[in-house]
Write a protein of this length. Structure first.
Length: 77
């Protein structure tokens, strides 16, 4: 007489194998960690120095902006 199957008779689950996508994930993780390290090294080079203060000058009234042609000027003949 055959015995009835129970939930304990199930075969163990097989773990999926690693493929190319797993390798790509590992490579991208290493690249991300390396970029964070380089960012931290770059940031520590600045130290506690502050940026120099640049004086702000206002443009003179009546002057044309740079790279704008005079609309009434005639082309050379």
């Amino acid at each position: 007489m055959a015995r009835a199957r129970s939930r304990y008779d199930l075969e163990p689950e097989v773990q999926p194998s690693n493929d190319a996508y797993t390798g790509l994930l590992i490579i991208s993780l290493i690249a991300l960690i390396a970029s964070c390290i380089f960012l931290a090294l770059d940031f520590t080079q600045y130290g506690e120095t502050k940026a120099p203060i640049v004086p702000v000058t206002s443009p003179k009234a009546g002057t044309a902006a740079i790279n704008q042609a005079d609309p009434v000027a005639k082309a050379p003949a």
